[in-house]
Design a protein around this ligand. Structure first.
Ligand code: FES
Ligand code: FES
Length: 175
């Protein structure tokens, strides 16, 4: 089978790779680029462990074909921390022990960061709804929600916080 040449940007770094037409974006990231932070849970779009951003939209990378990355911008867990250290969402997950085995954690953090970029002051129901596509089999969700709330507070410490019920993933569907 002939391989396809794909030019894409991952975490701001340009890549040119050869991939099989049926290869998934998840396989491209892990097997071709060595970015193994993105996890495979189910492989069927049900668990969210493989969540990445594709042109700033959340997707399950196990459901996206690698050739679809052509000319697109991919964001993975490896791109969440900056030169100054861990992103506040990552720090809060650690500080509040919002993880156990960690399989779900990269996807949850990518999704939570995406939420806070869109909605700086999400209320609890908005957080739970936004993260409904990310399943965790061991930690439970309360600590995850607390971590996202703590990150929101640190990122936006206004005393006049306005909590909104706004956009949900029904307006931002995964592909
Ligand atoms: S591995 Fe992609 S949604 Fe579960
Ligand atoms: S920490 Fe184990 S699946 Fe979430």
């Amino acid at each position: 089978m002939s391989r396809l040449h794909v030019t894409t940007s991952v975490n701001g770094v340009a890549h040119e790779v050869l991939c099989d037409p049926g290869q998934t974006l998840l396989e491209l990231l892990r097997d071709e680029l060595g970015l193994i932070g993105t996890k495979e849970g189910c492989g069927t779009g049900d668990c969210g462990a493989c969540t990445v951003t594709l042109d700033d939209r959340l997707v399950c990378s196990c459901l996206v074909l690698a050739p679809e990355a052509e000319g697109r911008r991919i964001g993975t867990i490896e791109g969440v921390a900056g030169p100054e250290g861990l992103h506040v969402v990552q720090r809060k997950f650690l500080e509040l022990a919002a993880l156990q085995c960690g399989v779900c954690t990269p996807g949850l953090i990518v999704a939570a960061k995406s939420l806070l970029e869109r909605i700086p002051d999400p209320d609890e129901s908005t957080i739970r709804y936004w993260l409904a596509g990310n399943l965790c089999r061991c930690t439970g969700y309360d600590k995850v929600v607390r971590a996202v709330q703590a990150a929101a507070l640190e990122m936006n410490p206004s005393e006049d916080r306005v909590f909104c019920q706004a956009s949900t993933r029904s307006q931002e569907p995964r592909q």
